[in-house]
Design a binder for this molecule. Sequence first.
Ligand SMILES: NC(=O)c1ccc[n+]([C@@H]2O[C@H](COP(=O)([O-])OP(=O)(O)OC[C@H]3O[C@@H](n4cnc5c(N)ncnc54)[C@H](O)[C@@H]3O)[C@@H](O)[C@H]2O)c1
Length: 477
Amino acid sequence: MQDYLKFYINGEWVDPVEPRTLEVENPATEEPFARISLGSHADVDKAVEAAQAAFESFSQTSIEYRAELLEKIAAGIQERASDMAKAISDEMGAPMWLAQAAQVPAGMGHYMTAAKILREYQFEEQRGKTLIRKEPIGVCGFITPWNWPQNQIACKVAPAIATGCTMVLKPSEIAPLDAMIVAEIFHDAGVPPGVFNLVNGDGPGVGAYMSQHPGIDMMSFTGSTRAGSLVSQAAAPTVKRVALELGGKSPNIVLPDADLNKAVAGGVMHMMNNTGQSCNAPSRMLVQRDQQDEAIAIAKATAESVKVGAGADAPKGAMGPISNGNQWNKVQDLIQKGIDEGATLVTGGTGRPEGFNKGYFTKPTVFANVTNDMTIAREEIFGPVLCILPYDTEEDAIRIANDTVYGLSGYVQSSDINHAREVANKIRAGNIHINGAGGDLSAPFGGYKQSGIGREWGDFGFEEFLEVKAVLGHSPA
Ligand SMILES: NC(=O)c1ccc[n+]([C@@H]2O[C@H](COP(=O)([O-])OP(=O)(O)OC[C@H]3O[C@@H](n4cnc5c(N)ncnc54)[C@H](O)[C@@H]3O)[C@@H](O)[C@H]2O)c1
């Protein structure tokens, strides 16, 4: 058991004000392997004070200074990539191949993109006699989840540093260790004391207190819609800005003119990526009714080809366990609910995959003949469970796609790009991917409806961290 009991406040590793610990479990073994401290209000107060003090000078630093800082951080992550991948793999279960190929690089990419955008970003604009200035908002509070832990931290920290803000981070208590490595990297990169502070803790203790803290000027939260709504409520009395990146139930419309094999196999593999624990996972696959049988055969073969494994032993492409026991139980209950409500279980189902008697491993699962009123079509499962929903007409497909409280992502498959574009425009979601297009770190990421408020990534992500000031009479002539 390894202890990581300190917090990073004002450029130093410090003890918590009151000792209270939590064990961090490896989801592949169900064994605790590390201990962290759970912070108190007093720890948050110290971190906020440090961030407030640092804001005065950090907000005045030059663009070039901050761009270089971001590049040093990216280089530091590169250098520590294998430590970081190991921490992520141990704490949230991503096999090493995935931690190395995707979890660590996704985070690093945001620092590099932020540095590039920063050098071109227009913080000032003259409009006649008036100058419009964009200024850093102040002290930011960040709360992040366990599923893509480095990515979610970088989406917030990189633009905050770029815009000259200071911050307090509370990473997920389920996956806190990679965040502590990031604090070490920031320290070594020369991030000034107080600019970045880390306090570990749980949601109701540290997260809720940060949200209501009068010394925090904005909260940026990634996690469940339930907790995001609580952050908004706690933040309301102090009228702070709140940015939310929440859940999803993203539709994947396979148009009849798509290459069915490619579209369905690609959709299944995308769903199983990171064990289905991605907020933008294409979890509802919409297939024209007379193509459903063929789609089922392709989906079954694809899902059954997915290997399951853990840590460094997992072969490339293998799916790791679900990240924690609560989530495993939730996924099991929802699979059972799908069966009980009459969906056709194509493959997978409840229980662990063959050969596993320990760890939060789950069978890659596909349901067909799902209707959009079933629980498995409405609730975010956040596990390796794909729902295939048959549709009759394109209009019907678009109606089903939009019949959800969420609006994070949408996917369209078609051999006719114009047709795909038309359908893309009709889906009410923040990100639409045509024919399996991958992510773009410079494009805005975020949700419509209950998937969130605001946008991360790229130049749109900067705006969350900026106040807008109009200086009237700036140019009297
Ligand atoms: N839209 C996105 O960008 C995005 C990205 C990743 C994950 N998610 C969502 O995150 C969820 C899974 O992550 P999770 O289980 O860690 O979510 P969660 O909401 O339980 O926890 C997320 C974070 O919120 C904290 N938290 C919990 N209750 C809180 C409260 N009352 N006040 C303040 N903070 C609180 C937790 O400690 C954790 O750090 C899924 O719903 C997923 O869709 C969204």
